[in-house]
Design a protein around this ligand. Structure first.
Ligand code: PLP
Length: 461
């Protein structure tokens, strides 16, 4: 593939050297796909195929991918939905459903700065990856070369450092996410973006709202300011700014202030230099943590190409994604893709309805814990809680006199209470992450009481 159409777009300039080079050759999957449509005798894929009746007595005459018949003892599903390889970038039906799911969430969003947003016709077909974890790896490789830098808030999921820095060799340049007034720190973000464009010729930033570990979600005015700032920088400098939205916890917002859908929606078709990429995961959104299914979706800008070129550009962009998937994980879990298709085919409304109860349960915990901690932090200034509106966590900042790791050790040994300490002195972080999503509400007052006792034991406050 020569990427002639992609080369004519701003997207090309946003890619790393690796991203420009990688491609998926017309290999096994290509010829297998052709043969499936065009051939009678098919000897392409390395799996065992035959007439089902030859394998299982009294089965039918269909050609199937052979399976161990005992699989039927464990799972009540047609093996055809379980055992064959899935296409490199996922089952086409699932990809269509997920695209539609993204569109629906935008339409149903209530409090984005622009109200609800319709992104239909402005999305690539989501590519399936083994979870957002792999989506982060994939987009890092696509947009950045080793020794280049990505921008991220200082408070972030710890695995970013493993995936982006230790795995991909890309530096993470942190910005302080909150101002002293505990608002989103726009100027610190702006400085980094301008800096990176000057030194690297383009900027790549990863944002995650609702955030792990803080639970922070921008308020409507903060979100509007982030978007306005990105537009201003894009108009000033006219260089690609790729914004990767890690939307692992999208939809889990428990108060009326945080935006209820991803910032991604605001960035689609906003400015030709802003390249929005959305990372979604079935892990939290569909409560299928072990299913290992995620999605990478590009938000399109109408100025990137003439409409007659759209399909070609998207095909070329997808070829690059396929090149990365095929050379790392090959393809993603098929049974979970099949289950997701069935869920979508029973109706998006049904999915929304059945998630509602869970969101309410976690929302109740969110409220109880925040109320209890507000009382404690009012009487003891050794702790403060970051602004939080959703997700699965909140973050308690701790007086640096005691390292959070020691505090956690104390909690664990003396009060049988386990949290996650985060200690990053360079970023000014000494804190405890509480995954209240996993604590039944009856235990929340006990947790806060145990924190209170530990503060006193350790002479804090
Ligand atoms: C912010 C964030 N992104 C991504 C992930 C991983 O998602 P997945 O299970 O889809 O790989 C997590 C999981 O903890 C997370 O907190």
């Amino acid at each position: 593939m020569d990427f002639e159409s992609l080369k004519n777009t701003i997207l090309w300039g946003a890619l790393s050297n690796f991203g420009k080079m990688i491609f998926q050759p017309n290999g096994i999957f290509y010829w297998a796909g052709r043969a499936k449509k065009e051939a009678d005798v098919i000897g392409t894929i390395g799996s065992i195929v035959g007439i089902e009746d030859e394998l299982v007595n009294n089965a039918n005459n269909n050609k199937v991918t052979y399976y161990i018949p005992a699989i039927r003892d464990y799972i009540d599903k047609d093996p055809a939905n379980i055992v064959p390889y899935a296409p490199i970038s996922g089952l086409p039906t699932l990809r269509e459903h997920w695209k539609n799911w993204i569109v629906e969430k935008g339409k149903q969003a209530k409090n984005l700065p622009s109200g609800s947003i319709d992104v239909s016709g402005k999305l690539s077909l989501p590519a399936v990856t083994p979870g957002i974890t792999n989506g982060i790896f994939l987009t890092t490789r696509l947009f950045l070369d080793p020794k280049e830098s990505i921008i991220s808030p200082n408070k972030r999921w710890g695995n970013y450092d493993s995936i982006i820095t230790r795995q991909c060799g890309v530096n993470i340049d942190s910005f302080e996410v909150f101002t002293e007034e505990m608002k989103f720190n726009l100027s610190s973000m702006e400085d980094k973006i301008r800096d990176h464009i000057n030194s690297q010729g383009r900027a790549v930033m990863i944002l995650n709202f609702p955030n792990n570990p803080t639970g922070y979600v921008p308020k409507k005015d903060e979100a509007a300011n982030i978007v306005k700032k990105l537009e201003t920088i894009a108009n000033d400098l006219r260089k690609p700014i790729s914004v990767i939205s890690d939307d692992a916890y999208e939809g889990y917002v428990y108060n009326n202030t945080g935006i209820t859908a991803s910032l991604f929606y605001e960035l689609v078709n906003k400015n030709e230099y802003i390249i929005p990429v959305k990372l979604d995961g079935a892990s939290k959104e569909m409560l299928m943590y072990g299913g290992r299914i995620g999605f990478v979706t590009l938000g399109l800008n109408e100025k990137w190409f003439k409409s007659s070129e759209k399909e070609k550009v998207l095909e070329e962009f997808e070829n690059k994604i396929q090149g990365i998937i095929r050379s790392t994980v090959s393809n993603s879990n098929r049974i979970i893709q099949s289950i997701l298709i069935q869920m979508f085919e029973s109706g998006i409304e049904k999915i929304i309805e059945s998630r509602k109860k869970i969101i309410e349960i976690v929302g109740e915990r969110y409220k109880i814990l925040n109320d209890e901690l507000a009382k404690l932090s009012a009487e003891n200034t050794a702790i403060s809680v970051d602004p939080n509106s959703g997700g699965f966590f909140l973050l308690i900042n701790l007086d640096p006199k005691v390292e959070a790791t020691d505090f956690n050790e104390h909690l664990l040994k003396n009060y049988k209470t386990g949290l996650i300490p985060i200690v990053k002195p360079k970023d000014g972080i000494n804190a405890l992450r509480v995954a209240y999503s996993s604590i039944p509400k009856e235990q929340l007052p006990i947790l806060v009481d145990n924190i209170k006792k530990s503060l006193s034991d350790l002479n804090l406050g």
